[in-house]
Design a protein around this ligand. Sequence first.
Ligand SMILES: NC(=O)c1ccc[n+]([C@@H]2O[C@H](COP(=O)([O-])OP(=O)(O)OC[C@H]3O[C@@H](n4cnc5c(N)ncnc54)[C@H](OP(=O)(O)O)[C@@H]3O)[C@@H](O)[C@H]2O)c1
Length: 254
Amino acid sequence: MGERAAVLVTGGTGRLGRHAVDSLRSRGHDVRVLSRRPGDDHVVGDLATGEGLAAALDGVDTVVHLATSRSKDIGQTRNLLDAMAGSGSKSPAHLIFISIVGVDRIPYGYYRDKVSSEQAIEASGVPHTIIRVTQFHGFVHEVLEAQRRLPVTLVLPVSAQTIHMPEVAERLADLVDAGPSGRVADLGGPEQLTLREYAQQWQAARGVKRPIWALHLPGKAIAAFAAGHHMSGLPGAGTVTYREFLVEGATNEP
Ligand SMILES: NC(=O)c1ccc[n+]([C@@H]2O[C@H](COP(=O)([O-])OP(=O)(O)OC[C@H]3O[C@@H](n4cnc5c(N)ncnc54)[C@H](OP(=O)(O)O)[C@@H]3O)[C@@H](O)[C@H]2O)c1
């Protein structure tokens, strides 16, 4: 492929979505953003009710599905699939879905829901691509920033392999150009660090020095994170480290 495509980005107003829209536009694609709120270049629609989806999908070649309600997303994915499958005589667009590394090995509600979405997409007959990605630098960063007024920094005793969102966005744009590819290789960041090491780098960038306390929590999900099932293995395809993100990118990502 690689020609100019009409692309609908669900979640295009979100953290990752904004980068995805930029990457796709820089490649010359005609990008529409699905949002529940009106705005410049937004197509208004609600994945939870299905309202507005048919109009949003009209004439679209590819859907990049990044929207999340951070809880039960399977209903939203089903509504999107129904709208895509019901798009008249035209064959359905290519659906690209972002999932998370380890969703099938970590017993955590949000992850089980991701697995349900993956399975619904695979069973739908809609041409698709599914990519699982490790946590974003911005995600770990937000958790640390939320503690900026605390006298200590709390971390789980686990590691992570975070990735820079613009690199995820570029990979998504590659997948648009590649066409339906099924489940593709997991995408991970360039290094694996303990959360204590993330906290140390964050404190150094913030110019603070506080005790870092390990938060030991029980449960199978925590044990699965401790076993590293959420990491893609090294070398990851991402190149920008968390330290570089702190220097260059932290102000651009919430
Ligand atoms: N955080 C991580 O480390 C990580 C790692 C791997 C994969 N992911 C995945 O990456 C994706 C993007 O995450 P993010 O953190 O960038 O998301 P986010 O910032 O929380 O954005 C959520 C987006 O979903 C849209 N949305 C929510 N409910 C909707 C509905 N009913 N109808 C239409 N749109 C709706 C919102 O649009 P409006 O508010 O404009 O309607 C918003 O643009 C998610 O699927 C997430 O699971 C995240």
